[in-house]
Design a binder for this molecule. Structure first.
Ligand SMILES: *Cc1c(COP(=O)(O)O)cnc(C)c1O
Length: 390
């Protein structure tokens, strides 16, 4: 985006964060108009946001939630995953990708990643599919689509449900099909770090009506309310069908989501431009592995993760600390799930279990990439990375 058109207040000259939301005047107008209306929650903006989102990804339905984590929980509940069930999850992800399986009393079976795609390793999945496997949660890491065609083949053969944790990947495509319409259930996050934001928020997209109805009930106390029940028992009547929660999002957040969605093409264009600029600038540093798009993939680039290779003379820690000292808010995505105490103690995972992910984790570093990142800031990041690796 043009520097001139960048948002109003950017209070982050230093350090430059690895990500930042983009809120403009139009977003603010849309939100405040809902705040002045009769419905600040459970009103018409929810359904409007859901329809626009479903339309954008190409599904029949979308259900918006109070967070991406609540949406992941909802997706698992919609599949009726429960105790005794196993769900296969890549260990390179944010911990919520696996925690949602724990919420259901089921067992997450962690697996390694493919070193080129940075997404779930297909051979590892095949090895772990067993009698109790119910679903596979693929993660579109950094916005890079998992190998959904191969996952679909495994799922069909073994009667498994495919859940896509696409928290990074709103707007990404695989073979011209938009993420959101490929898995049976796809989860998005609208946390400010992600492609579009509602403050906190998330969604599940699906074209399956049974899943859709379960998701609506799950979000709202398991309540079932319809005309048939009202006619029979009275206008006040509703049934409670299953265990649900209050995982609703507000109408003013939905209004922000609608407004953000009108800008998504520009957001992604800018993200892709910065990705290309970085890749070009770093192409001759032979100590780095740069993030690449695999064949048939179109990536929205939620983050820009680089890796130090075996030729690097400095450690990742040294490079990280140098850049942080230079006012660049680099990050590491992610600490592998199997290395957290919860997973080590509960399931006996240990270092050495997933060598590809561990090697990735030991060498990775996320540089700033977001639509409001100024050209001068991009150049500064490039200069400092070259300086520390020279
Ligand atoms: C952000 C994120 C989530 C959680 O989303 P929230 O909206 O923060 O709850 C889940 N999985 C992945 C991969 C994420 O990046």
């Amino acid at each position: 985006m043009d520097d001139k058109k960048r948002p109003l207040a950017l209070h982050y000259q230093k350090p430059i964060p690895y990500t930042h939301h983009y809120i403009d005047q139009k977003d603010i107008v849309e939100v405040t108009s809902v705040l002045k209306s009769d419905w600040i929650t459970q009103g018409p903006k929810i359904r409007e946001f859901e329809q626009k989102l479903a339309n954008y990804v190409g599904t029949k339905y979308a259900v918006v939630f109070s967070s991406g984590t609540a949406a992941l929980h909802g997706a698992c509940a919609a599949c009726k995953i429960g105790p005794g069930d196993e769900v296969i999850v890549p260990t390179l992800s944010f911990v919520a990708s696996a925690n949602c399986v724990l919420y259901m009393g089921a067992t997450p079976i962690l697996v390694d990643i493919d070193s080129d795609w940075l997404t779930i390793d297909i051979k590892a999945v095949e090895k772990k599919v067993g009698r109790n496997t119910r679903a596979i949660i693929g993660v579109d890491f950094a916005g890079l689509p998992a190998k959904w065609n191969l996952l679909r083949r495994i799922a069909d053969k073994n009667k498994l449900i495919l859940i896509d944790d696409a928290s990074h990947a709103l707007g990404s495509k695989l073979k011209n099909k938009r993420i959101g319409s490929i898995a049976d259930l796809t989860v998005f996050s609208f946390h400010p770090a992600k492609i579009i934001t509602t403050g906190e928020g998330g969604a599940v997209t699906t074209s399956n009506k049974i899943f859709y109805e379960r998701l609506l009930r799950f979000r709202h106390h398991g309540i079932l309310k319809n005309e048939k029940l009202n006619k029979k028992y009275g206008a006040w009547y509703y049934e409670v069908q299953d265990v649900g929660y209050n995982f609703r999002i507000t109408d003013f957040q939905a209004a922000l989501g609608i407004s953000q969605l009108t800008k998504i093409d520009k957001f992604i264009k800018t993200r892709r431009r910065i990705w290309q600029k970085y890749n070009h600038a770093f192409s001759r540093i032979d100590e780095l592995i740069l993030p690449r798009e695999q064949n048939g993939c179109f990536c929205a680039w939620h983050i820009y993760p680089i890796r130090l290779n075996d030729r690097a003379k400095k450690s990742r820690r040294q490079v990280f600390d140098f850049l942080r000292k230079a006012g660049i808010g680099v990050q590491v995505h992610y600490i592998p799930i199997h290395l957290f105490n919860l997973y080590k103690h509960k399931f006996g995972y240990k270092r050495g279990d997933f060598p590809v992910t561990e090697k990735y984790y030991d060498s990775a570093l996320t540089l700033p990439l977001f639509p409001a990142l100024k050209l001068a800031q991009q150049d500064y990041v490039i200069r400092k990375v070259k300086e520390v690796l020279k």
